[in-house]
Design a protein around this ligand. Structure first.
Ligand code: MG
Ligand code: MG
Length: 257
């Protein structure tokens, strides 16, 4: 069942989204060579606390995870695509760092992710990042009344595959609101006109996850011992995510400043 949000609930979520975007922007500037991923997590935790919001991922147990997540921020490097755990590990020159952050504000969750290239990244990595970001932009444009979830999935898949990269098929975006993960699942592949109809009041976390290997095999993932997910063949990966409300005027990105 889809829980639709009222206009006033969407305004609350937009306030929370602005906080999240501000925190993520700040953490992004700290994402550099020699910094530990733990430091980025501590910074996120502090900034969220200062803002009056609550971390969403701390203690959260996602489907398929053995343990609750121990941190505020997911930091996933290179072939690791999501759910990377902050540690004493230092960021190195050439790393592709995915920062995924969630918070809870006045009873509502917000979720957003970015991919940050650090220093001189390997050949093709910049393109991987820009294609994934553009795939998110294209998908967001489909989040309007009259379209279906298949339009969103198709927008991601067709653009990613045109660029000879692969979407990760076994992880998805999701509805979001009073729950961090609500219905529906938002697939990063599909056909226009299939799947649930998109209606006013839906709020979706749209999040293309992309591997630098060729489709269709390329997007396979494996779960590592810390519960994070990595591309099975070891390829680099990118991830961008926004929380988006469907309004009668079209999509409204909530996780922006
Ligand atoms: Mg996320
Ligand atoms: Mg999400």
């Amino acid at each position: 069942m889809h829980t639709l949000k009222s206009a006033s609930e969407i305004e609350i979520m937009a306030e929370g989204g602005r906080i999240l975007a501000t925190v993520l922007k700040r953490v992004r500037t700290e994402t550099k060579v020699g910094v530990t991923t733990k430091h980025l997590d501590s910074l996120s935790r502090e900034l969220i606390k200062e803002s009056g919001a609550l971390p969403a991922f701390l203690g959260y147990r996602s489907t398929g995870s053995k343990k609750p997540f121990p941190a505020t921020l997911c930091v996933s490097i290179n072939e690791v695509v999501v759910h990377g755990q902050p540690s004493k590990m230092e960021i190195k020159d050439g790393d592709i760092v995915k920062l995924d952050l969630g918070l809870r504000y006045r009873g509502f969750y917000l979720d957003s992710a970015i991919t940050v290239p650090v220093g001189k990244v390997p050949a093709g990595a910049s393109k991987l990042i820009s294609v994934t970001k553009k795939a998110l932009d294209l998908a967001i444009q489909e989040a309007k009344p009259g379209k279906t979830l298949g339009h969103i999935g198709h927008a991601v898949q067709s653009y990613v595959e045109k660029n000879e990269f692969s979407v990760v098929r076994s992880l998805t975006g999701h509805g979001i609101g009073r729950g961090l993960h609500e219905d529906p699942s938002v697939f990063n592949f599909g056909k226009p006109g299939t799947g649930d109809e998109i209606v006013v009041g839906m709020v979706l976390a749209i999040e293309p996850m992309v591997a630098m290997s060729h489709p269709p095999e390329g997007g396979r993932i494996k779960q590592l011992s810390d519960d994070s997910f990595a591309i099975a063949d070891g390829s680099l990966s990118a991830h961008f995510e926004h929380t988006v409300a469907v309004t009668r005027y079209g999509p409204r990105i909530l996780t922006i400043v």
